[in-house]
Design a binder for this molecule. Structure first.
Ligand code: ATP
Length: 320
């Protein structure tokens, strides 16, 4: 009987549980044994894993986080760590591994694949910053959470004639900032992919809009830009509009996944098992034009994804 293992790694993301459920159920339906590895690559190194059955993944679809726990595992960045994990896989009779995580986790999967353990990566991160896929599990939920939070901030900004400078997650990418900026009606969106001058692109715009009667503003800032306290101070000093900074932080990572995330996670988890069932490893699963696809793991890691400049243009034109 074939045995596969599954782990979640890197930052947690809503929908990871839906992916775990899909992997476990699909595998069991096809007569494949599944081991759930706890705390990412740590569990693979230490042999911390448990056999999964239909009930182990019951009642988890709607939960945020990951029932398998997740971790960053510095040991796995070293060859000795990967070697230990390989030994565990051999000892436990693991024929293939599904890794749900971000591109750091993919690099780990690549290293283990190169040692002969077939791995399949499934994109799980709220940041949508994995190049081999147009969509990552957790992205939609995180954006909806941001919108809900910023709608609340907007009420206060509007009532007090204030400017809210909000920092959202995304690591080095501006996907969350751009799309939530549009969704929340931000006056200005700052993201690493687009050069910006605080004086010209933020302060001057706010000043001229203030003159025409607009009293409250939302400035959406990507994590990759940061410095929201400083930006708020500059805006207040230059415009006289009371400005407050808010870093949304980890609330963006939690909560029940949206339907979009549940469905994407289910489809991609299912696909990962289909690959391993056929003995195909060293792949990363992704979405392109709404369809599930897969690429060679090395090719996938080399791919480049860029932000849609037309969306940036639209965001700018409808803002102020
Ligand atoms: P997120 O986007 O949510 O942060 P991530 O998967 O990119 O997710 P990382 O912390 O970069 O998060 O990576 C998770 C784990 O993957 C690391 O703790 C480490 O065990 C492994 N990993 C990361 N980079 C490498 C690498 N270059 N080589 C081998 N393993 C790596």
């Amino acid at each position: 009987q074939k045995t596969i293992a599954i782990l979640t790694s890197g930052g947690d993301a809503p929908g990871m549980n839906a992916a775990i459920r899909a992997v476990v159920r699909t595998a069991l339906h096809r007569g494949i044994r599944v081991l759930g590895v706890r705390r990412g690559y740590n569990g693979l190194i230490n042999g911390d894993m448990v056999e999964m059955n239909f009930l182990s993944v019951s009642d988890i679809m709607h939960r945020g986080g990951t029932v398998l726990y997740t971790a960053r595992c510095p040991e796995f960045r070293e060859d000795a760590g990967v070697e230990k994990a390989k030994e565990t896989c051999i000892k436990m009779g693991i024929d293939g591994l599904v890794v749900i995580g971000g591109d750091g986790s993919y690099r780990g999967a690549r290293d283990l694949s190169l040692k002969g353990i077939p791995c399949v990566g499934v994109p799980g991160t709220i940041d949508n910053d994995i190049s081999s896929t147009e969509y990552t599990i957790g992205y939609d939920t995180a954006m909806n959470t941001v919108c809900e939070m910023v709608d609340r901030l907007r009420d206060t900004s509007q009532s007090h004639d204030r400017c809210s400078v909000v920092e959202v997650m995304g690591r080095k990418a501006g996907y969350i900032a751009l799309n939530t900026g549009i969704g929340c009606g931000a006056s200005v969106i700052l993201m690493p992919e687009v050069e910006c001058d605080i004086e010209k692109d933020v302060i001057d715009k706010i000043k001229s809009s203030h003159k025409t009667g607009k009293q409250h503003f939302i400035v959406m800032v990507a994590e990759g830009i940061g410095g929201v306290e400083d930006i708020a101070k500059k805006i207040e000093a230059a415009t006289g509009i009371e400005s407050r900074a808010c870093v949304l932080g980890h609330v963006q990572r939690g909560g029940a996944p949206t339907v979009t995330d549940r469905v994407a996670a289910t489809k991609m988890g299912y696909h990962a098992v289909e690959l391993l069932e056929q003995g195909i490893g060293n792949r990363v699963v992704g979405m392109q034009c709404g369809e599930v696809v897969d690429y060679d793991i090395l090719e996938g890691l080399k791919m480049v994804k860029t932000i849609d400049m037309n969306t940036v243009k639209i965001a700018e034109e409808v803002a102020l």
